[in-house]
Design a protein around this ligand. Structure first.
Ligand SMILES: [Zn+2]
Length: 1036
């Protein structure tokens, strides 16, 4: 799944994400081999936590029992009340017969409500209630939660195969379904517990496989707390036997973005609808009753009945289609291989497609709205998909597993894309591309999302994480491969070596440097926790750790290890220890011995990352002192787990180090640092030589030095920066800015480093500087001395801006390939110049906009359009705003629409900003997923920050209702609106708001408080120091 990510015109600052209570974590959560057998079992716990955990368990147990009693009482009361009112269940219209099957139990009540005994033929609810009470008491006596109340499905049953027959009624957005699940019994039990949520169940039948005569169903009920449906049988299912569970149900094709949902678009003035699914992570249960945990892999045979004016798609190709006389058709799809529920998918739409075939015979189709297909907007995606399948097949040495892959471009989707096996779904803005009006950035976004989802066809779909705590195993890999795969398509771009640093490493270290971060593997119990694990820590830290691992293993050994891992675990599940074992073996084969599990557990189970300090000039005899400590932005923040101070954090760090002097740098040596402080001998350390750690920034940590070494490095950059690699130049800039922000380093050091940039011709260091400056800029942009800072940055940018000038012509494909670095550098410098107020830059932007308005021809170079639009709107009068607003409505190209909308947030006019904020909640005008960006962008504008913050608080109820369930969007919004608040007053407002608010995202708010506290603290401690240095520097 790709989260909505955008390479911003101004660098984005980390969405603050979610984490869990550190106190509830336990250290050793490795699952033993044989994932099926142990997956749902109790987890081993470390002894140090054992006692506390035990107490919590006892307490939790007691609370659960009380809660259970209360729920039962309420259920009984409700059922009595319900009788009085009459059974007016307001579920969707019923479909399919009911009650006509032998051994069938009917479930009269609407889905997902409180448990209620069913009507039944054996007479009397009183009997049932008694039975229920007896059952509850029985579980209490056994001091156990009943199987339906446990956070994970009980493991006595396992689904082997599903036959799913659906009928989609697109005219009233409902569907009916019949699912037949073949079950294997592992432990005898009277209960069948499986996930089902928000559906109306018509009938249930259980039969011993291939034998006539059912197993009698005693009663059925929903248990909404765990989103399960329970079938209670008259007798126990027997071990080793196989049974068939049939459920007939119906539900809505929802008007929200999860489960089986609907969406629409306008073609030739007419609104057309489509139905599509988003099941990851826990929404398959809204579309059919199923064992909705990744470990329950089964085969699926799906049939979809729909009106012949639509077509249907699913993971597998259509095997046969049966047409009926009344204009309906049933598509029967081939059976899938073993797979989990979360990447099952289907769609009912009237899209058209284009098609291509890979060398190995995989048919790739891109489906989209007919006008987009006709324009050729899907051709780029289709073309690179074919090449990427070939790339992955070659890299992993495992062929793509299905006969076809469909890419589906939909107008509305909660994420950028979802990797459903054989039917991946993308939001239009992340897959359609009109080459004549797309910037390099847009092309890069589209490319990387596709590379990401294709990687998942192997990492995620073919081999699936055992449980959501290791979601980074699939997301980290897919994110890392975005860069490797893009390098394959565009060999000169150096994505993995360079752009990875600014877009992934630097960005996630911002986030992971907060005391309230969380480990990349996070324990997950409740369904409601699962959305949380899809955050930037899982994606970006996961990717950064994988890159560090690949780099200390050596890339070819790493690749061999991955090939083994996929081959061993294909069509199955794997946990992180499975990966570590396979990789250790691969290393052993080439004669190296590193205990990868031991090393990586420290990086995946501990939150945060270390800062290494290298002291070179304090000892003699070429001895240096290397120490490590946990890096945190705000050292005043109390550690989340008081039992564990920051001092107890230790990592085994693969520190690469080199020694340099004015014209030369030594080859790197690797030192494994595992203690708080260590002494190491470095040969050839002379008087004027400097030390450089973390060569090419392959490691996930920061490096600090004594001031003398920093000065030597600055000197080197100024005299001959090319002695130090491009990646390390970018790394030094990012480390220095962040070390200073956190108070590890004087404020002037990063600004002194920046001075060499006037000679820097590579894109990456500029990009790193620009991104690092951004949060600093936001800390200062409403202070009275802001112009001093502004002036300093303008001086650093001026000469490179003059040298590079503006792009003159539009980009074509070959130009993109050849001059990516140069064009991106030019763009970066223009962006800095325009946003810090370079007069020429402003004039140029205004001229280009005026030309567009007067000629009604847009001649603005593609790669800087967003900068020009934004600058134009901020400088020019209301007419320009209206012009851009009009263009936003009239354009059909998705890339253009997005940047026009964002440009509207750049205005200085508070009335216009308010107007825009209010319009953003009108779904007819602004797509739901874009409304968040509007609010966040207004918050980035110093003239709009308080407006967005006020708007957010006033509209919180509406926003939370809209995005609450897609937690990622909600926390993106919370962080985007709050991350640049930096006054005592705003901190108070935030805390007051949190006291009174309702809704989810509690963790996002606690992160927001930490961030704003750190901002306020920086203002108090370091702002004046920075201004003093700037004043002095500007008068020199
Ligand atoms: Zn993904």
């Amino acid at each position: 799944m790709a989260l909505e990510e955008k390479r911003e015109k101004r660098p984005p600052v980390t969405p603050m994400m979610i984490e869990e209570e550190a106190a509830l974590r336990n250290g050793s959560r490795g699952l033993p081999p044989g994932p099926w057998a142990e997956a749902a079992g109790p987890r081993p716990r470390t002894t140090e936590r054992h006692i506390a955990v035990h107490k919590r368990l006892v307490l939790g147990f007691a609370v659960s029992i009380l809660a259970l009693l209360a729920v039962t009482m309420i259920a009984v009361l409700l059922s009595v009340r319900f009788e009085e009112c009459g059974a007016a269940a307001d579920g969707p219209p019923r479909a399919g017969g009911n009650g006509s099957l032998s051994g069938v139990a009917r479930q009269p009540h609407g889905a997902g409500q409180s448990p209620r005994p069913e009507e039944d033929a054996r007479g009397g609810e009183a009997v049932e209630e008694e039975e229920e009470e007896e059952e509850e008491e029985e579980w209490q006596r056994r001091r156990e939660l009943p199987p339906w109340a446990r956070p994970r499905l009980p493991r006595h049953l396992r689904p082997l195969h599903y036959n799913l027959m659906l009928t989609a009624f697109m005219e009233n957005f409902t569907f009916s379904g019949e699912v037949n699940v073949q079950l294997e019994v592992r432990n005898a039990s009277r209960y069948i517990v499986l996930h089902a949520h928000r559906m109306h169940i018509e009938a249930v039948r259980v039969a011993e496989d291939k034998l006539a005569g059912g197993v009698r169903v005693a009663r059925t009920f929903f248990y909404p707390q765990t989103q399960v449906f329970v079938v209670v049988l008259n007798r126990s299912l027997e071990v080793q036997k196989s049974y068939n569970l049939k459920i007939i149900y119906n539900a809505l094709i929802e008007n929200e973005l999860l489960g089986f949902f609907r969406s629409s678009y306008v073609l030739h003035g007419e609104r057309r609808f489509l139905g599509v699914t988003q099941f990851s992570p826990t929404h398959a249960r809204k579309a059919f009753p199923c064992f909705d945990e990744p470990i329950y892999k089964a085969t699926f045979k799906i049939s979809i009945r729909h009106q012949a004016t639509y077509l249907s798609l699913s993971n597998m190709p259509v095997e046969t289609s049966v047409f009926e006389e009344d204009g309906w058709v049933t598509d029967h799809f081939s059976q899938t291989p073993l797979m989990s529920t979360y990447y099952l998918a289907w769609a009912v739409c009237n899209f058209t497609y284009r098609e291509t075939v890979t060398k190995s015979g995989v048919v790739v189709r891109l489906y989209a709205r007919p006008d987009a297909i006709r324009r050729g907007s899907g051709d780029y995606a289709l073309n690179i998909t074919r090449r990427l399948i070939e790339f992955y097949e070659d890299y992993f040495k495992v062929p793509y597993s299905l006969p076809k892959l469909d890419l589906l471009a939909v107008p509305k989707h909660p994420y950028a894309a979802m990797e459903n096996w054989g039917l991946s779904v993308f939001v239009e803005q992340r897959i359609l591309l009109d080459p004549s009006i797309s910037s390099i950035l847009y092309l890069l976004d589209v490319t990387m999302v596709i590379v990401h989802e294709l990687c998942h066809q192997w990492f995620g779909d073919l081999v699936t994480p055992v449980w959501w705590e290791d979601v980074w195993l699939k997301e980290g890999f897919a994110h890392y491969f975005e860069f490797v795969g893009t390098d394959y398509l565009y060999p000169g771009w150096n994505m993995e070596k360079q752009r990875f640093l600014t877009d992934v490493l630097h960005e996630v270290m911002l986030l992971d440097g907060l005391a309230s971060s969380h480990p990349v593997s996070q324990e997950v119990q409740q369904a409601s926790d699962i959305d949380r694990v899809f955050d930037w820590i899982a994606y970006k830290k996961g990717a950064a750790l994988i890159r560090m691992l690949a780099s200390f293993m050596g890339h070819s050994v790493f690749q061999m290890g991955l090939q083994d891992y996929l081959t061993i675990h294909k069509y199955g599940n794997a946990a992180r220890n499975d990966l570590w074992n396979t990789l250790s073996k691969a290393l052993k084969r080439v004669g190296k011995s590193v205990n990868i599990q031991e090393v990586m557990d420290q990086w995946t189970l501990q939150m945060g990352y270390p800062v290494i300090t290298i002291l070179g000039n304090e000892t003699t005899d070429n001895i240096i002192v290397i120490s490590q400590e946990r890096f945190v932005y705000d050292s005043d923040t109390k550690p989340k787990d008081p039992a564990r101070g920051d001092n107890s954090y230790l990592w085994q760090i693969p520190l690469t180090i080199a020694v340099g002097n004015t014209s030369h740098i030594s080859s790197e040596a690797i030192i494994w640092v595992s203690n708080k402080s260590e002494h190491h001998r470095i040969p050839a350390l002379e008087e004027a030589s400097w030390l450089l750690g973390n060569i090419n920034q392959t490691g996930y940590f920061r490096v600090n030095y004594d001031i003398r070494n920093w000065k030597l490095l600055i000197n080197q950059l100024t005299r001959n920066h090319e002695v130090i690699s491009v990646s390390n130049r970018a790394g030094l800039i990012d480390d220095a800015f962040n070390l200073a922000r956190a108070g590890y380093l004087p404020q002037n050091i990063p600004l002194e480093i920046m001075r060499y940039l006037s000679e820097e011709k590579d894109f990456l260091p500029w990009h790193a500087a620009s991104r690092a400056l951004y949060p600093l800029d936001k800390l200062l942009d409403r202070t009275e001395n802001y112009n001093i800072f502004n002036e300093y940055i303008l001086r650093q940018v001026a000469s490179m801006y003059l040298k590079l000038g503006w792009p003159t012509n539009n980009l074509n494909k070959s130009l993109v390939q050849a001059s990516y670095q140069h064009e991106e550098l030019r763009r970066e410098v223009i962006m800095l110049a325009c946003s810090f107020g370079n007069k020429h830059c402003h004039q140029q932007a205004a001229t280009l906009i005026s030309d567009w308005i007067s000629s009604n021809r847009n001649r603005i170079p593609l790669n800087v359009r967003d900068i020009v639009y934004c600058t134009g709107v901020s400088l020019m009068d209301e007419d320009v705003w209206e012009f851009i607003w009009m263009k936003f409505h009239s354009t059909t190209a998705v890339s253009e629409k997005k940047i026009l909308l964002e440009a509207l947030t750049c205005s200085d006019d508070r009335n216009l900003l308010n107007r825009l904020l209010n319009l953003s909640l009108n779904s007819e005008v602004v797509l739901d997923q874009d409304a968040i960006d509007v609010i966040i962008h207004v918050a980035r504008n110093p003239h709009g920050r308080d407006l967005a913050w006020k708007f957010f608080r006033e509209k919180w109820k509406i926003l939370n209702a809209r995005y609450g369930e897609a937690l990622f969007m909600n926390s993106k919004l919370v962080s985007g609106v709050t991350e640049f608040l930096n006054t005592e007053g705003e901190l108070r407002e935030l805390k007051n708001f949190i006291k009174s608010y309702e809704g989810g995202a509690a963790v996002s708010f606690s992160r927001a408080v930490e961030t704003v506290e750190a901002n306020v603290r920086w203002q108090r401690l370091y702002k004046e120091e920075l201004f003093q240095w700037l004043r002095k520097s500007l008068t020199q």
